[in-house]
Design a protein around this ligand. Structure first.
Ligand SMILES: Cc1cc2nc3c(=O)[nH]c(=O)nc-3n(C[C@H](O)[C@H](O)[C@H](O)COP(=O)(O)O)c2cc1C
Length: 184
């Protein structure tokens, strides 16, 4: 796929079919992530891949409870039984890095850069993705992290979902670049 079409065509997908994503496709997406730059070339990223539907549902339910605690204004919206966190997706990927106070900010930046690579590769493969910001709240719940396969000495930096989109995504829209200053 042409790069510009890939960058501008990718959208966050929030409705998925039940069709599983093949192991080969998941590995291709992860591999694209490894090609992003990393601070000091440390390559700190580790991945937890969850295909177990019950476990994904557990992540959604635990996340919903935390959102309701943290944001009282969201209580009504997040009281639904619908999976409005992971959208019944077949694959949840958790980008993780080893806990290290000195490197935590760089680890997060590395994770985010890798994630955009993975989003673009997934889009090229015809798959959908969506960044799952709320799920990162689970970093405050070590017992939940343990249950979903994240070792005690790791942080979850970026959670995202991956699957076959139910429908074709509409075109995106962006503001023009807002240059604060251009100094020559
Ligand atoms: C840091 C971050 C957190 C996000 N968290 C969520 C989320 O929890 N749930 C969700 O549905 N979308 C989430 N999104 C997706 C954004 O809503 C989406 O990227 C934005 O609306 C632009 O739409 P597009 O990705 O289709 O271009 C998140 C995106 C980012 C970058």
């Amino acid at each position: 796929m042409e790069l510009d079409a890939c960058i501008k065509g990718r959208r966050s997908v929030r409705a998925y079919t039940d069709e599983p994503v093949s192991k080969e496709q998941i590995e291709t997406v992860l591999e694209a992530g490894t090609w992003a730059p990393t601070g000091m070339y440390r390559e700190p990223l580790r991945f937890v891949v969850i295909e177990d539907k019950n476990l994904i549902r557990y992540v959604s339910d635990e996340t919903k409870a935390l959102v309701k605690q943290a944001m009282p204004q969201m209580v009504k919206q997040f009281s639904t039984k619908e999976d409005i966190i992971c959208y019944n997706v077949p694959v949840l990927i958790l980008v993780c890095t080893e806990k290290d106070a000195q490197w935590s900010q760089v680890n997060l930046l590395d994770s985010v850069l890798a994630t955009q690579n993975m989003f673009l590769k997934a889009y090229e493969l015809g798959l959908g993705t969506c960044y799952m910001g709320f799920i990162a709240l689970l970093n405050s719940k070590p017992e939940v992290l343990k249950k979903i396969g994240i070792p005690q000495n790791y942080d979850m930096t970026v959670p995202f979902i991956l699957g076959h989109p139910k429908t074709k995504q509409g075109a995106g829209k962006r503001k023009k670049p807002n240059v604060l200053k251009w100094i020559k």
